[in-house]
Design a protein around this ligand. Structure first.
Ligand code: PGA
Length: 256
C-alpha cells in the first residue's frame, strides 16, 4: 500500500479533562469549522470514561468518533473501577488507547497486561491505538530503538489483525509528552521508519498500519512533524483541549 492510501489519523487525548458541559461547548465551537466535516482524515476524541456514553448518544456530538482512553481485558466480573472492552463495544464505542506512558508509569501497566488488553480489544472489534516510546534516559543512552522494539515485540508478536486499520501505533517519546519539547521531524521519522520495519519483522501488514506521532504536537509544529513519509498522523494531548488549536491539526493535509 502506498503512502497516500494510509488514511491520516488524528487523535485528541483529553486525558482527565472536561466535564460534560465543557465537552459540549468544545464540539459546538469545533462544528463552526466546516473543514472538520470535509476532511478525509480519521479524527477520534479519546474522552474521559464519564463522557463516553453521553457524547455517543447526544445528537449534537453523535457525528464525531469517540474513543476510550483505557479498558480492562476481562469481559465482566468483580473488577471494581474497571470498564471492559466488551462493555465499550456494546455501547458503540469503537476506538481505545492502550499503553499510554501515563498508564505505564502511574498505574504500573506492563507489557504482559498490555498484550492482554490489545488482544481483547481487537477481539471485540475495537480499533486500538497502541502507544510506545522511550524515556529521556533511554534516549540519552541511545537505547531508544531497543526500548521501542521490546515494547512492540512483547505486545504484538503473533497478534492476528482482521483489518490493518484496526491497529494504530502511536510513537510518543515520554520526554516530549506535555513538556513543550517535541521530537524533531528527523527524530520522529527515523523512529517511525524503525517501527515500520519492526512491524514487518513481526509479520504484520507494516505498509498499511498507521504510525502516528505524539508529544507536544501543536498547530505551529504539525506541518514540520508531518514531513516524514512514515508519519501518518498525531495523538494530541494539551492542544486537543481547545477546538481552535485542534482543528488545524486534525484537518492537516499533505501537499500533493
Ligand atoms: P501532549 O500529550 O500533546 O500534551 O504532549 C500527548 C499525549 O500524551 O498523548
Amino acid at each position: 500500500m502506498v503512502l497516500e492510501q494510509r488514511r491520516l489519523f488524528f487523535g485528541a487525548n483529553w486525558k482527565m479533562h472536561k466535564i460534560y458541559q465543557e465537552a459540549i461547548h468544545f464540539f459546538q465551537i469545533l462544528k463552526q469549522q466546516k473543514d472538520i466535516f470535509q476532511t478525509k482524515n480519521e479524527i477520534v476524541f479519546f474522552v474521559p470514561a464519564s463522557l463516553l456514553c453521553a457524547l455517543k448518544i447526544n445528537p449534537e456530538t453523535q457525528s464525531f468518533l469517540i474513543g476510550a482512553q483505557n479498558f480492562f481485558y476481562e469481559d465482566k466480573g468483580a473488577f471494581t473501577g474497571e470498564i471492559s472492552a466488551a462493555m465499550l463495544a456494546q455501547e458503540g464505542i469503537s476506538y481505545a488507547i492502550v499503553g499510554h506512558s501515563e498508564r505505564r508509569i502511574l498505574f504500573q501497566e506492563d507489557d504482559q497486561l498490555l498484550r492482554k488488553k490489545v488482544e481483547k480489544g481487537l477481539e471485540k472489534n475495537l480499533k486500538i491505538v497502541f502507544c510506545v516510546g522511550e524515556n529521556l534516559e533511554e534516549r540519552e543512552k541511545n537505547k531508544h530503538f531497543e526500548k521501542v522494539e521490546k515494547q512492540l515485540s512483547s505486545v504484538l508478536s503473533n497478534i492476528v489483525l482482521k483489518k490493518s486499520e484496526d491497529l494504530i501505533i502511536a510513537y510518543e517519546p515520554v520526554w516530549a509528552i506535555g513538556t513543550g519539547k517535541n521530537a524533531t521531524p528527523e527524530q520522529a521519522e527515523e523512529m517511525h521508519y524503525f517501527i515500520r520495519n519492526t512491524l514487518q519483522k513481526l509479520h504484520l501488514p507494516a505498509e498499511e498500519i498507521r504510525i502516528i506521532y505524539g508529544g507536544s504536537v501543536k498547530k505551529e509544529n504539525i506541518k514540520a512533524i508531518m514531513t516524514g513519509k512514515n508519519i501518518d498522523g498525531a495523538l494530541v494531548g494539551g492542544a486537543s483541549l481547545n477546538p481552535e488549536e485542534f482543528y488545524p491539526i486534525a484537518c492537516f493535509q499533505r501537499e500533493k
